[in-house]
Design a protein around this ligand. Structure first.
Ligand SMILES: *Cc1c(COP(=O)(O)O)cnc(C)c1O
Length: 399
């Protein structure tokens, strides 16, 4: 078996350098734990950006995948398959939405929502041709396609990749007045993350979503929530929008919807909005494939049956309190909801990356976001004992 060092060498030799991973090579995983090539054990405190909320290789999801592997994996949408309908019904009922469109990656779900909102604008809101406008927030993260980076405010995401797709307007996140002011006759949608994950787990002011919901309703604008990272239990509720008792018009899910086994994403919306798609308007070879749907059905069942939203709320509240005790020389503040947390470091503490490297040495896997923020988002199946173990290591490094 090649060593971790050898694996890193060939990965860097043959792979494009569009990531800068920590120097650890994972070769096995179970629950909240992973092992490297040499057998060293690490606690996963990132969960593949919340794609493994159910923990690595959850036996129920793995079992469903194995069973489906022995039946049929891919049909394309040229034919029906016996997993797609039940999956769509289950995800609609879970989220309280009327209809769904399956895709694969999160970015594809966002692209789909953008196309849907535009077409809805032209057919239902009667916006003049090619004038539809979608409002988004600065510091957003919605994926990496050419259209999606067109409305990023991060220079690195965009630089060298123009020309950009027009039709997007950026406003500050959490600012209701700015949203109101941004609205014009051609505004068809507001695309927003209920908590900005990649920006560093930025929680908007209380009541933000409620007020935004009202403004969207009054102005006939689709409220499109990107819950690809915040959805499915991560923030202590099944969906982050539940914290404010609202419902979006459009909901994008991905990541944990398959428990980390396959790329599965979905756009959920009202019957009116999703009905803009007619045969031939949009599609994906793998979107809605039987293997993806079977896996997603099991992954959703696990979230419900293992009460992962509740675990996230309870364990997260306690863990956040403990992290607060570290505020001091290095830690500026702690923020987040449920087990979706971030520590913001003080300028004087230096770059967050160095602390992630120290935590890695101690057996805790986490990743910096931006220069000075470390996100903590363990699998939601993690137990109290492992959280205590993690806290001891975090205290040694950040206390
Ligand atoms: C990860 C993420 C995406 C993109 O998902 P991919 O599967 O990487 O394309 C979009 N929006 C949010 C909020 C995300 O966290």
């Amino acid at each position: 078996m090649p060593s971790s060092e050898e694996i890193i060498e060939i990965t860097e030799k043959y792979g494009a350098r569009n990531y800068k991973p920590l120097p650890v090579v994972i070769s096995r995983a179970e629950g909240a734990w992973v092992w490297d090539c040499e057998g060293k054990k690490y606690l996963d405190f990132l969960s593949a950006y919340s794609a493994v909320n159910q923990g690595h290789r959850h036996p129920v999801i793995v079992g469903a995948m194995k069973e489906q592997l022995d039946r049929v994996t891919l049909t394309s949408r040229a034919f029906h398959n016996d997993q797609l309908g039940p999956f769509l019904e289950e995800i609609c009922k879970l989220s309280g939405m009327e209809m769904a469109l399956p895709m694969n990656t999160g970015a594809e779900a966002v692209e789909t929502a953008v196309k849907m909102a535009r077409k809805w604008g032209y057919t239902s809101k009667k916006v003049a041709e090619n004038q539809a406008e979608i409002v988004c927030c600065t510091d957003n993260f919605h994926g990496r396609t050419t259209t999606v980076v067109s409305f990023s405010s991060d220079e690195q995401y965009k630089e060298g990749f123009g020309p950009y797709t027009p039709g997007f307007k950026l406003i500050p996140f959490g600012d209701v007045e700015a949203f109101e002011k941004s609205i014009g006759p051609n505004t068809v949608a507001f695309l927003v993350e209920p908590i900005q994950g990649e920006a560093g787990v930025v929680v908007p002011p209380d009541g933000y979503l409620k007020r935004v919901r009202d403004i969207c309703t009054k102005n006939n604008i689709l409220l499109m929530l990107d819950e690809i990272q915040t959805g499915l239990g991560r923030t202590g509720r099944m969906f982050c929008f539940e914290h404010e008792g609202i419902r979006p018009d459009v909901l994008m899910l991905g990541k944990a919807i398959s428990g980390g086994l396959l790329p599965v994403s979905v756009v959920l919306a009202s019957r009116e909005a999703l009905s803009v798609f007619r045969p031939g308007d949009h599609g994906s070879t793998f979107g809605g494939c039987p293997i993806g749907c079977a896996v997603a059905r099991a992954a959703l069942r696990v979230i419900v049956e293992d009460k992962l939203p509740q675990r996230s709320a309870e364990l997260g509240a306690a863990f956040s309190k403990k992290l607060e005790t570290l505020v001091g020389a290095k830690v500026e503040l702690v923020r987040g909801r449920g087990l979706f947390l971030a520590v913001v470091l003080k300028k004087a503490a230096g770059p967050a990356r160095a602390y992630c490297e120290q935590l890695l040495e101690k057996g805790l896997l986490c990743k910096e976001t931006h220069e000075n923020i470390i996100r903590f988002a363990p699998p939601l199946v993690i137990d109290q004992k492992d959280l205590d173990w993690a806290f001891e290591r975090i205290k040694e490094v950040l206390g």
